[in-house]
Design a protein around this ligand. Structure first.
Ligand code: ADP
Ligand code: MG
Length: 575
C-alpha cells in the first residue's frame, strides 16, 4: 500500500483511543474539566458502569453558546495561550483533546450556561452526523452526557469488563478526586443509587470519611513537611501502621491537585513505613505534593496520569521524610517496633542458635509451602516436611512466647506466628476439600464499607461464600454479615472483612487465594499478649508439630527459636 495521510475521522478515532480507554476515562476527563471550571459541586451519574450512560454536571463557569462547538475541536482549549504556557501548567486539562476524543467514540450532549447569562444551550453530537445546537433552560454550569460509548467500535467494547468492574473503576476515579479536592462537593450516583458524597467542607478528613469510612478517617495522621525551604511541599493524611491494607491502591498521590500514578513516589511512601508494616501490607495515604509548575512536566502521557519531575530524587526524599516524620510523631512506640525475632542473634551470638531448625539465613519465601503461582491444586507441601519433634510445654513468657522442651533442647515459640502457620495450612486444606468451616452469626453484623467494597461484595458473592463468608450489601455504605469463617469468630471481624475485600480486589501478582489465606490466618490467630492456658499451649504446639512447614509463619517470620542443649552446656561452661 502507498503511504497516505489518514482521513480526519480515522485519525480522530486513533487519537481517541489514547485518551478514552474505558468509561472511567470519560469520567476522569469530565471531572477534570469541571474542576478546571471552578466548580463547587460536581455530580457524576453512571448507568451500567458507564456502558449505558455517563453524566457529569457541575456548577462551574459554563461555556458561551458561541464556543460550544469549538470546545469539541481537536486541540481547542481555553487553558493555554502559547508555547510558554505549556511549561507552567496549573490546570488539569491543557491538551484540548478530551472532548473531541469522547465525541469520536460516543454520542455526546453538552448543556451549558455561563455565569451571567440567563439562557443555556444544548449541543448534541453523534459521530458522523451533523451537530445539533438548540436553546434550553438550565442552571449555571455545564452538564455533559455520554451515551453509547464504543457502540460503533465493537472491538473496543469487547475489551471492556463487566459493568460491575467498570463501576468500580469509575468509583476509584471519583474517590481519588474527592480526596484531592475536599472543598468540592462530589456526588456519585450508580444506577440511580447514591454511592458516594463528600460534604465539600474543605477538610481532607471529611472527604476521607466519605471514601474510606469514619474509623479509618479518624485514625489518620497529618502530614506536613514543614520544610519551607524545600521546593516540594507535602501535606495530607497517612494511616498509622495499624490501619494498613493488603493492596497498594490506597496510596493516592496528587501533584498540584492532579491525581498521578508514580511507582517511585508510591515507593517513597512505603519506604517511610519500613519496619512498621509486615510483608504484604501497604499503607493508606492521601498526599498532596505542591511543586512549582516548571519543576514538573505533565505533558508526558495522553491521559496525564504520569508526570515527570525535573528532580525526582528531591521529591522522593521530601515525601519519604514527611511521611516518616508524621508516623514517628503519631505513634512513637512503633519506632522501636518489629525487628522480626532475629535480633537476638545480633546481640548475643554465642547464646542463640537459630540455624539448627529455624533456617533463618535461608528463610523460605513469604509463603512457604504454598502452591505454585499457576494456582495448581497440589496439596500444600511443595517443600519437604520439616516436621518438629514432640514438644513438652513448660510455660508462657510475657503472654507472647511459649517455652517448650524437645529432645534437642529448648524451643521458644512465638504464639501468634505459630498459630498463623497452623491456620494458614488449615484454610488451604479446607478450601482444597471445598468445605469451608463457617459459623453463622446469631445477630447479623453490619459493617461500614466503601462504595468500591460494596460493589465487590455484590460481584464476588461466590468466592466470598467459598471462604465461608455470607455477606451482602445493605443500604448505602454498609453490608451485613450473616456467617463467617469459623476461625474468625471472636476475632476482629471488621478488619478481617475489609482486608479480605481488598485482597479480592487486587488483581494480578501471584495467587490471590494464597494472600487471602494469609490474611485470614493473620486475623484469626491468637494475639501476642494473650495469656494461654496450659491446655491451649499444648494444643497449639501439637498442631504446630503436625504442620508441614512449621518453622515459619506464612509471611516468612520464624515461628520459633531453638536453643540447643549443646549451646546451653557451652554457655554454662559444662563443655
Ligand atoms: P482541555 O480540558 O484540555 O482544555 P477539553 O477537550 O477537555 O480540553 O475541553 C475543551 C475546552 O472546553 C476547555 O478548555 C474548556 O474551555 C471547555 N470546557 C470543557 N468542559 C467544561 C466545563 N465543564 N465547564 C466549562 N468549560 C468547559
Ligand atoms: Mg479537559
Amino acid at each position: 500500500m502507498p503511504i497516505r495521510v489518514l482521513p480526519p475521522n480515522v485519525a480522530a478515532r486513533i487519537a481517541a483511543g489514547e485518551v478514552v480507554e474505558r468509561p472511567s476515562s470519560v469520567v476522569k476527563e469530565l471531572v477534570e474539566n469541571a474542576l478546571d471550571a471552578g466548580a463547587a459541586r460536581i455530580v457524576i451519574e453512571v448507568a451500567a458502569g458507564g456502558l449505558d450512560s455517563t453524566r457529569v454536571s457541575d456548577d462551574g463557569s459554563g461555556i458561551e453558546v458561541a464556543e460550544l462547538e469549538a470546545a469539541f475541536q481537536r486541540h481547542a482549549t481555553s487553558k493555554l495561550a502559547d508555547d510558554a504556557d505549556l511549561d507552567k501548567v496549573l490546570t488539569l486539562g491543557f491538551r484540548g483533546e478530551a472532548l473531541p476524543s469522547i465525541a469520536a467514540v460516543a454520542e455526546v450532549e453538552m448543556v451549558s450556561r455561563p455565569a451571567g447569562s440567563d439562557s443555556a444551550a444544548r449541543l448534541r453530537l453523534v459521530p458522523e452526523a451533523p451537530a445539533e445546537l438548540s436553546a434550553c433552560g438550565a442552571p449555571v454550569g455545564t452538564s455533559v452526557t455520554v451515551r453509547r460509548l464504543f457502540a460503533r467500535l465493537p472491538a473496543r467494547r469487547k475489551f471492556l469488563r463487566s459493568p460491575a468492574s467498570e463501576t468500580s473503576a469509575v468509583t476509584a476515579v471519583v474517590s481519588h478526586y474527592a480526596l484531592a479536592c475536599p472543598e468540592v462537593r462530589f456526588t456519585l450516583t450508580i444506577d440511580g443509587r447514591q454511592a458516594l458524597q463528600t460534604p465539600g467542607s474543605g477538610d481532607a478528613r471529611d472527604a476521607l470519611v466519605a471514601v474510606y469510612g469514619a474509623e479509618t478517617a479518624a485514625a489518620m495522621l497529618e502530614v506536613g513537611n514543614g520544610e519551607p525551604a524545600s521546593t516540594v511541599l507535602v501535606d495530607g493524611l497517612v494511616g498509622p501502621p495499624q490501619v494498613s491494607r493488603a493492596g497498594r491502591q490506597y496510596i493516592s498521590l496528587f501533584v498540584n491537585r492532579r491525581w498521578i500514578q508514580n511507582r517511585r513516589i508510591s515507593f517513597a511512601v512505603e519506604e517511610a513505613y519500613q519496619g512498621l508494616l509486615m510483608t504484604g501490607r501497604h499503607p493508606v495515604a492521601v498526599l498532596q505534593l505542591r511543586v512549582p509548575p516548571e519543576e514538573v512536566d505533565v505533558n508526558v502521557h495522553p491521559t496525564k496520569a504520569e508526570v515527570r519531575f525535573r528532580d525526582e530524587g528531591a521529591v522522593f526524599g521530601a515525601v519519604q521524610r514527611a511521611v516518616r516524620t508524621a508516623l514517628l510523631a503519631g505513634a512513637p512506640v512503633l519506632a522501636a517496633a518489629p525487628t522480626l525475632g532475629l535480633s537476638a542473634q545480633a546481640t548475643a551470638p554465642l547464646l542463640w542458635e537459630h540455624g539448627v531448625r529455624v533456617a533463618a539465613t535461608t528463610a523460605p519465601p513469604a509463603v512457604a509451602g504454598s502452591p505454585g503461582p499457576n494456582g495448581a491444586t497440589q496439596a500444600i507441601p511443595a517443600t519437604p516436611s520439616q516436621a518438629l519433634p514432640v514438644l513438652r510445654v513448660i510455660g508462657q513468657m510475657g503472654g507472647t512466647y511459649i517455652i517448650t522442651e524437645g529432645p534437642e533442647g529448648m524451643y521458644l515459640i512465638d504464639q501468634h506466628a505459630a498459630h498463623e502457620r497452623v491456620l494458614y495450612e488449615r484454610f488451604w486444606r479446607k478450601r482444597q476439600e471445598g468445605t469451608p468451616e463457617l459459623q453463622g452469626l446469631l445477630e447479623p453484623l453490619s459493617l461500614e464499607v466503601s462504595p468500591r467494597q460494596r460493589t465487590l461484595i455484590a460481584e464476588q458473592a461466590e468466592p466470598l461464600a467459598a471462604h465461608g463468608f455470607e455477606i451482602e450489601p445493605f443500604g448505602d455504605g454498609a453490608c451485613v454479615l450473616r456467617a463467617l469463617p469459623r476461625s474468625l469468630a471472636g476475632g476482629d471481624v471488621r478488619q478481617a472483612v475489609v482486608e479480605f475485600l481488598d485482597l479480592m480486589f487486587e488483581e494480578g501478582e501471584g495467587d490471590r487465594r494464597d494472600r487471602v489465606a494469609m490474611s485470614l490466618a493473620c486475623h484469626a490467630a491468637v494475639r501476642a499478649g494473650k495469656t494461654l492456658s496450659v491446655e491451649e499451649m499444648r494444643e497449639l504446639s501439637r498442631q504446630l508439630e503436625e504442620s508441614e512447614t512449621p518453622n515459619t509463619c506464612p509471611h516468612g517470620r520464624p515461628t520459633m527459636i531453638h536453643l540447643s542443649a549443646d549451646a546451653l552446656a557451652r554457655e554454662f561452661g559444662r563443655r
